[in-house]
Design a protein around this ligand. Sequence first.
Ligand SMILES: *Cc1c(COP(=O)(O)O)cnc(C)c1O
Length: 398
Amino acid sequence: MKQGLAIYGGKPVRDTYLPYGKQCVDKKDINLVVDVLKSNYLTTGPIVREFEKKVADYVGAKYAVAVSNGTAALHIACLAVGIKEGDEVIVSSITFAASANCVLYCGGKPVFVDIDPCTYNINPEEIEKKITDKTKAIIAVDFTGQAVDMDEIRRIADKYNIVIIEDGAHSLGSEYKGKKVGSLADLTTFSFHPVKPITTGEGGIVVTNDEELYKKMILFRSHGITRDRELLNSYEEGPWYYEQLELGYNYRITDIQCALGISQMDKLDDFVDRRREIVKRYNEAFNDMEEVTIPFEPDYSNSGWHLYILKFNLDKLNCTRKEIFEALRFENIGVNVHYLPVYLHPYYRKLGYKKGLCPNAEKLYECMITLPLFPAMSGEDVDDVIEAVKKVISYYRK
Ligand SMILES: *Cc1c(COP(=O)(O)O)cnc(C)c1O
């Protein structure tokens, strides 16, 4: 090799480190946030409701409850469904831990289901095998932004009278059969962490068409406390009066954060367009290389692409996944791995989950790497990633 890998002392493809994900915040975002700081309400004010309406309208849902983060959104969704001790909840195996932790918060048991080896999403055929008379809900994650096969999951859920919670942390702006994610499941959660499709710093939201679930989530967001006359046991007490009806939490989001969210929503479609452009360029660059497998997108999906995952066909390479990963980091490409199957975390192993539970998820984990992908990436950034991947592959090619 003439041009050595940076990890062996060669010149890196880039001088500066390119992260795998990053927020895109401009002057307009900043001005809207500053306006709220000068207003009367920093929290629980009109901007929270405006943001909720904006997200609900965008995805095509009736109700939205904005909260402090995506994990809180999953938690109040599970609480609203009534997950409790003794209940089982079906969960995707390759996801961020929060998708399953929310079940544990409620005393329920996550039942992990293997992925479809093509889409990397929960495999509907495997779901049905794991259903028992204790199964109350399915938490289906739109992994990398690609919508789960909702018609199949809906068919199973209806057959067994199970609620569908869609973890859309990756998929705000994504579509399933022409419909926006957020209009399909009984409850859909989104996250506004800085690497996600839009950001509020920290933040999350649950959308639903079910008024009853909506009212419960409003309670759980704020201590289980209400002033709603329809809900109070005795409102004759006086105008100051409120009651705690449930054991809720303080999961409120601020108007400051929601101002950023409103401004970001205006740019969501542009963000998604840019992500799709970058993915197209990656796919074109890697499609013909037998050492890697590009993401597969089924006809029903129009992904907003939160993550770009490249699968390395290690039998064609003289190295391990770890060596490829480290070599790319030395080229200043901020690669990552999403994710270790949740049940392989030590906490879950202590609960009794064992290796071998979801073989396809474990196999994928062994050979996948996430490449940088965010709307503010320049054409040169994209070129650098492609060049670095090709450089590393040609070095380790068998
Ligand atoms: C980010 C993420 C969450 C949690 O969202 P936070 O806002 O970070 O709490 C949940 N599920 C998935 C799949 C995520 O990627």
